[in-house]
Design a binder for this molecule. Sequence first.
Ligand code: SF4
Length: 489
Amino acid sequence: MNRQSACASAEAAMAHSRRRIDNRRLQIPSRPKDECGLFGVYGHEDAAKLAYFGLYALQHRGQESAGIVVSDGERVSEHKAMGLVPEIFNERILDSLKGNIALGHVRYSTTGSSLLSNAQPFRIRYAGKCLAIAHNGNLVNARKLRSDLEASGSVFQTTMDSEIVLHLVAKGMRDGLEQAVARAMEQIKGAYSMAIMTEDTLIAVRDPCGFRPLCVGHLDSGYVLSSETCALDLVHAEYEREIKPGEILIINKDGLKSIRFETKNRKAQCIFELIYFARPDSNVFGQNVYLFRKKQGELLAEEFPVDADFVMPFPDSGNYAAIGYAQSSGLPLEMGVIRNHYVGRTFIQPSQSMRDFGVKVKLNPVKELLKDKRVLIIEDSIIRGTTSRTRIKTLRAIGAREVHMLVSCPPHRFPCVYGIDFSSRGELIAAEKSVEEIREFTGLDSLGYLHVDNLVKATHIPREDLCLACFDGQYPVQVEEDFSKYCLE
Ligand code: SF4
C-alpha cells in the first residue's frame, strides 16, 4: 500500500470513528476493549471441561459472551450465552456437552452487535454436516463478500463477518473440506486467527500477515489450540508452536497436516497484543509478554529520565513497564493506587453528580503515600485521555506535588481496522492534539511517549514483521472498502 492510499484509508477510518463516537458517546469505554479468544481441543475425553478452563484463562480477550461446541464424532452439541465464562457454564451444562472434540470462544464484538445470536462459536449445517467457527480478528472485505454471497443465494443469520467465512467454506465443500477452507482463505482479507470444527476435524487458520496470535499444543495424545499460551498452561498442555501466518493446520484421526495457502514475505503482527491485550504470562509472537513490557519500561527510563520521588502504575495497565522503569532508573516503585478486583460487569454506573465515584470504586489512591510527593506514572496507552485526566485530578486533589506521566508506546493517532475496538468506539486524543496539548488536557506536569524505534527494540521482531498502523497510519493490508462499511449493522 502506498503512503497516499494509506493516509486516505486512515482519514476515512478516522471520519467514521468520529461518527460512531457521536452516536455512542455515553457508552464509550475509556480503554480499548479486548477482541476475542478461542480455544480448541481435539482427542480428549474431557474436551468440554478443558475448553471451559481454556476460555477461563482467555476471559481477558472478551467478556460479552462465550460458547463451547462439542462433537463426539457424530453428534454435535453446544452451549452459548451472554456474560462471563463462569456465569455461563456449570457442572451440569459441561456434563451435557459430550465428546472429544471441542471449540470454545469468548467474544467482544468488533463487528456485529452484542447479541446472543452473534455469540460464537457460530455453527451451520451444510449437506448434513456440521461446520462451526470461532474467529478472532476483523475482515476488511466483509461487505463485498457478503453482498456477493447474498446475490448467489446465501442467507445470513447474523451480522458477523465470521459467518461469511462459513458460507464460503460451505460453497467449496464439493471439493472436500481442506480445499474448501483453502479457497475460502484465499478470498477473505484482513486480520483473522480462527478455528473451524466439523464432527470429526478441527482446523486452525491464521491470516497471511499473522495479525492475531494462535498456537497449538499437545495434551496426552490429543491437541489443543489457543489464542494465547496462558490457556495451555492452565490445562497442562505442552506448547508446540504458533500457527504460521498463511497456514491451515488440520487436526483429525490422521494427526496434524499443514497446508500453506499463502506465503507472504511480510508479516504484520499486532504490536498492541504485546503492549496491552495479551496476558503477561503468555508468550505471543515468540516473545514473553511480561518481559516485553518490562523492557518497554527500561527503554522509557533511558529515553526519559524524570526527577521524581517514586514511580507507580495505575494497576494493572502499567505494572510491568513500571517495574522495568524502576529497576533501570533506580527510582523506588510504589503501588500508589489500589485496585478493587471485585468490580464486575454488573456494577451500576453512577449518575453524573456521582461521576468520581465510578472511578474511585475501581482505583483508590493511597493518600498518605502520595501527599507532597513528585510522582511518575507509567501507562501503557492513552486513548481518549479522559480517564487519565480524572485520575490526575484525583492525585492532585489529595496533595501530590508533581504528577508526571510516561506512556510505554507512541501516541495512538490512527484507528485500527483489524479488530481492535478503537476503530469505532475509541476517541483518539492523539489524532487531534499534540503531546503538549495532551499534557495540558490531562493536567500533567510532564508527559512523554516511548519512541516507535524503542517500541520495536523492545520486541524480538523485525519492524517489517509488525503492524504499527495505529501509530504510523501505514496499514499493512489494503482497506478495500469504505471504512464505514466494515460494521455490518
Ligand atoms: S492498527 Fe494497531 S491495534 Fe490494529 S492491528 Fe495494527 S498494531 Fe494492532
